[in-house]
Design a binder for this molecule. Structure first.
Ligand code: DGJ
Length: 725
C-alpha cells in the first residue's frame, strides 16, 4: 500500500484511508466497533504508515469512559463525548443520543459541487480526489455522509457533511461542525483574526491552554470582530518555519470556531455553524448540506499556510472572467463627496481621474431615491433625478466617453423605514411581531430567507444593471441582524432564519453574477464585515475596511493576508488628515500601501495640488506596471506591523524572476541602524537588478538582505527587482 501515487489510498483490511497531496496527509480509520476515527493530519506519510492500535488510546488505568479518549472524527452526543458535537441531533423523543456507525466508503474523482453553497472547485477531475464516507444512526435513521476532497498538488483538504433523515420522525440538527479535528498534543499556539469595525483582522496568537477557547459571530454575517478562521501552530513556528494547521470556513454568516483541550491534554479544533443562532428541522426524506471547511497544513510556517490559502482561493474559489484579469484602477467618490454630489461634481471628479490614468469611476452611496443622508431610501433603487437628471444610462455613457468604466454602489439586502419599498412591504424585513424593529444606521434588513424577497432583489438589481452600461458593482451590507426569526417560519424552525438568509443571499448572488458575467463585483460590509471565503466565491474582491488610513492599513492588509489573497483586497488612497484616524501620511506612502491591493483613489482629486496630481499620475502608472505581480505573485510577509515600527512584504512572480519589495515605517526610532530586510522565495543563484541598476545575488538577498533607508514617520519605499540573466 506504500507509495505516493494516489491522493487517496485505501487500505481495506486495516480500514484506513490516507488522503495525501503536496506535503500533507490526513488519515482516517474505522475501528472494530465501526466508529470513524481520526488518525492523523500533518506532513505527508505513505498510505501504510499508520494503523489503529487501541492500546495507544486506552491505558490500563482510566476512570473515564473510553469514548472520550478516542480521536473521533465526528463526535456525537450521548455516550461519553462531552464537547461540542460535530453532528448534534435532537430526535423526536427529545433526547440527543446519537450513534453514528460506518456503513461504506467511496472514492470519487475530482470534487462534487455543493449545491446552493459557495465551495472550492476543480477545473479538471485529476486535480483532486474525494472520499465519501457513509455513516448511519440506526435508531433514528439519520444518515451522514462525510465528504472529503484532497487536492493533489497542494494537499489542501475540504470537508463537508450531508445529513439525510431516512427515518420516519423529524430530527432537529442542533450543532454542525463540518471540521472537528483532534490533535494528540496541546503544546501549541492558536491564531485567530480578531478586530472591530475599522480595525478588522488583527493577528492574535495565544498559547493553547486547558479548557475551551471559542470565537464566534452571531451577527448574521461573518463579522468585523472575528473571521471564520482558526489555526494551530507549533510554539516555535514563525512566518517562515514550523508546522501550522489552518481551518477556514467557506461561509458568510454566523459561525463558531473553538479549540478545546481535554483532560488528557489532547486538543480539538472545530469550526462550523454557531448553535446559538442555528438549528434545523429535518423532516423524513429531507437532507441538509453543511458549508465546507478548508483545511491546510503547512510545514513552512505562517507564510507557507497563507500562500497555500492564497493560491487555492485565488484560482479555485474565485470564479468568472475577473479571476485572472488585471483589476482596474478606480476612483470611488465616497470619502471625496459622501452624499454631497450632483452630476457635474461627479463628472469633474471623473475628468480629473481620467487625466491621471484612472480606469473606473465608482459612484457610491446616495445616487438613488431621496438619499442625501443615510436615513432613508434603501430599497428604492431608482435614480435621484435631482442629482443625476439624465439618469444612470446617460451618466454611464458620459463616463465611458471620458475613457472610464462605470460602477455603482448598491445595498440590496436592506430597507429604510423611510422608503417606498418599506411602505409597500413592511413585512419583508426581519422582524418579530409585537416587538420593536431594531434599527441600525436607520435601516432594517430584508428577510432573504423569503423566496419573494429573493426574487424581488434579483429583479431590482437586474433592472438597475440593465438600465445602464455598468462595469462594476459594489455590493454593500451595513448592519448586523436583529430579530432574526423569520415571520414565515413555524416556531420550531425560527432558528433556521439566519442560515436560510445566507442560502437566499447565495441564490441571489449566483443568479445576478451569472446574469451579468462581465461585471466586476466587489463585496463590502461596513468595510470588511463580511470578508470571508463565501463572499469570494461570488465576488472576486472585497472592500477590506472602512479605515483608509495608510498606517492602519498596514495592519489590516497584513492581517487579512493570513488567509486571503491580495487580489481579494480593495485598497484606496484617501485624503489627509485621514477621516477615520485624523492622521496625515504622505501621498507616497498612501500610494505604496494601496499598491499592495486592488488599487483605487477615494478622495476629491480637486483637493490635490498640481504637484500631487503629477505624483498621483506616476503612482497610477506604477500600479499598472506591477498589478499583475501583486495580484498573482506569491505574497511574502517579511516584517510585521504588529511587532515593530517597520513593515515589509514582497511579491514574487511565479517564475521567481521578478520581485516587488515594499517596506514601510510607522513611528521613526532615533539613533537606529538602517533597516535590513531579508527577502524570501528568490532563485538563489540568479542576479537580480533594481530599476536604478544595482545588482544583487539571489542568495545574498535572502540570507544577508538589503539595506533600506527610511526616514521619518510613515515613510516607505518600493523596490522592483528583475532577474538579470
Ligand atoms: C460602507 C462602506 O464600507 C463604505 O465604503 C461606503 O460605501 C458606505 N458604506 C456607504 O454608505
Amino acid at each position: 500500500m506504500g507509495g505516493f501515487c494516489m491522493p487517496i489510498e485505501v487500505n481495506r483490511s486495516a480500514r484506513t484511508w490516507t488522503l495525501s497531496g503536496g506535503n500533507t496527509s490526513y488519515v482516517l480509520h474505522v475501528d472494530q466497533q465501526d466508529r470513524l476515527l481520526h488518525l492523523y493530519w500533518g506532513p505527508r506519510l505513505p498510505g501504510d504508515a499508520l494503523s489503529f492500535d487501541p492500546a495507544d488510546y486506552f491505558p490500563y488505568v482510566s476512570f473515564d469512559l473510553p469514548v472520550a479518549m478516542l480521536p473521533l472524527e465526528l463526535p456525537v452526543c450521548g455516550s461519553g463525548w462531552y464537547g461540542t458535537p460535530a453532528v448534534g441531533i435532537r430526535n423526536s423523543c427529545g433526547d440527543d443520543v446519537t450513534d453514528l456507525r460506518f456503513v461504506s466508503a467511496r472514492v470519487l474523482p475530482g470534487k462534487p459541487a455543493l449545491t446552493g453553497l459557495p465551495a472550492v472547485y476543480t477545473e479538471s477531475a485529476d486535480e483532486a480526489e474525494s472520499l465519501s464516507i457513509l455513516l448511519k444512526d440506526t435508531l433514528t435513521g439519520l444518515r451522514v455522509t462525510a465528504l472529503y476532497t484532497v487536492f493533489n498538488a497542494s494537499g489542501a483538504i475540504m470537508r463537508s457533511l450531508l445529513l439525510e433523515n431516512l427515518g420516519d420522525a423529524p430530527l432537529m440538527i442542533t450543532s454542525l461542525q463540518p471540521a472537528s479535528v483532534p490533535f494528540w498534543r496541546s503544546d501549541l499556539d492558536l491564531i485567530h483574526l480578531n478586530g472591530a469595525w475599522a480595525r478588522e483582522r488583527r493577528i492574535h496568537r495565544t498559547p493553547v491552554d486547558k479548557g475551551e477557547f471559542r470565537i464566534a459571530s452571531a451577527r448574521g454575517a461573518s463579522g468585523h470582530e472575528e473571521n471564520p478562521f482558526l489555526a494551530l501552530c507549533e510554539r516555535n513556528a514563525d512566518e517562515f518555519s514550523g508546522s501550522v494547521w489552518g481551518c477556514s470556513f467557506v461561509y458568510s454568516g454566523s459561525f463558531q470556531a473553538s479549540c478545546r483541550v481535554d483532560l488528557f491534554s489532547h486538543t480539538r479544533l472545530s469550526i462550523g455553524m454557531n448553535p446559538e443562532v442555528f438549528s434545523w428541522r429535518l423532516e423524513p426524506h429531507e437532507s441538509f448540506t453543511s458549508p465546507e471547511v478548508v483545511l491546510i497544513y503547512s510545514d513552512k510556517g505562517l507564510n507557507g499556510l497563507s500562500q497555500q490559502f492564497h493560491a487555492l482561493y485565488r484560482s479555485r474559489l474565485v470564479r468568472g472572467i475577473w479571476r485572472d484579469r488585471s483589476r482596474p484602477v478606480l476612483i470611488n467618490n465616497w470619502e471625496g463627496t459622501y452624499f454631497d454630489f450632483d452630476e457635474d461634481r461627479l463628472l469633474s471628479l471623473a475628468q480629473k481621474a481620467a487625466e491621471i490614468g484612472v480606469e473606473l469611476f465608482v459612484l457610491d452611496d446616495g445616487w438613488f431615491g431621496k438619499r442625501n443622508s443615510d436615513n432613508c431610501s434603501l430599497g428604492d433603487w431608482t435614480v435621484n433625478s435631482e442629482k443625476i437628471p439624465g439618469g444612470l444610462g446617460a451618466l454611464a455613457d458620459k463616463m465611458h466617453a471620458l475613457g472610464l468604466c462605470f460602477g455603482l454602489w448598491l445595498e440590496p439586502e436592506m430597507v429604510s423605514p423611510d422608503s417606498d419599498l418599506y411602505r409597500a412591504h413592511p413585512d419583508w424585513c426581519l422582524h418579530v411581531d409585537g416587538r420593536p424593529r431594531t434599527l441600525a444606521r436607520s435601516q432594517l434588513i430584508l428577510d432573504l430567507s423569503r423566496p419573494e424577497v429573493q426574487e424581488y432583489i434579483i429583479s431590482v438589481v437586474s433592472s438597475v444593471l440593465s438600465s445602464a452600461a455598468l462595469d462594476y458593482v459594489k455590493w454593500d451590507m451595513n448592519r448586523n441582524m436583529t430579530e432574526a426569526f423569520s415571520a414565515l417560519l413555524t416556531p420550531d424552525r425560527k432558528k433556521e432564519t439566519q442560515h436560510r438568509y445566507m442560502l437566499g443571499l447565495y441564490h441571489v448572488l449566483e443568479t445576478v453574477t451569472a446574469a451579468f458575467p462581465d461585471v466586476l463585483f466587489e463585496s463590502c460590509s461596513g468595510g470588511g464585515g463580511r470578508f470571508d471565503p463565501g463572499m469570494l466565491y461570488y465576488m472576486p474582491q472585497i472592500w477590506t475596511s472602512d479605515d483608509t488610513d495608510a498606517a492602519e492599513r498596514l495592519k489590516l492588509q497584513y492581517g487579512t493576508s493570513v488567509v486571503y489573497p491580495v487580489s481579494a483586497m480593495g485598497a484606496h488612497v484617501s485624503d489627509v488628515p485621514n477621516h477615520q484616524t485624523g492622521r496625515s501620511v504622505s501621498l507616497k506612502t498612501r500610494g505604496n500601501v494601496a499598491i499592495a491591493g486592488n488599487f483605487g483613489f477615494e478622495l476629491d482629486l480637486a483637493r490635490l495640488s498640481r504637484e500631487e496630481l503629477i505624483e498621483a499620475r506616476a503612482l497610477v502608472a506604477r500600479v499598472k506596471q506591477v498589478r499583475d505581480l501583486t495580484r498573482a505573485g506569491t505574497f511574502w510577509r517579511l516584517l510585521s506591523p504588529f511587532d515593530g515600527a517597520e513593515t515589509a512584504w514582497s511579491f514574487v512572480s511565479e517564475d521567481q524572476r521578478e520581485v516587488l519589495l515594499c517596506v514601510y515605517s510607522t513611528i521613526s526610532v532615533p539613533n537606529s541602524a538602517p533597516l535590513r530586510v531579508r527577502l524570501r522565495g528568490l532563485l538563489p543563484d540568479v542576479w537580480y537588478k533594481t530599476e536604478d541598476g544595482r545588482r544583487f545575488y539571489g542568495a545574498a538577498l535572502m540570507h544577508q538582505g538589503i539595506t533600506v533607508f527610511l526616514h521619518g514617520d510613515f515613510d516607505s519605499t518600493l523596490l522592483l527587482f528583475k532577474a538579470d540573466r
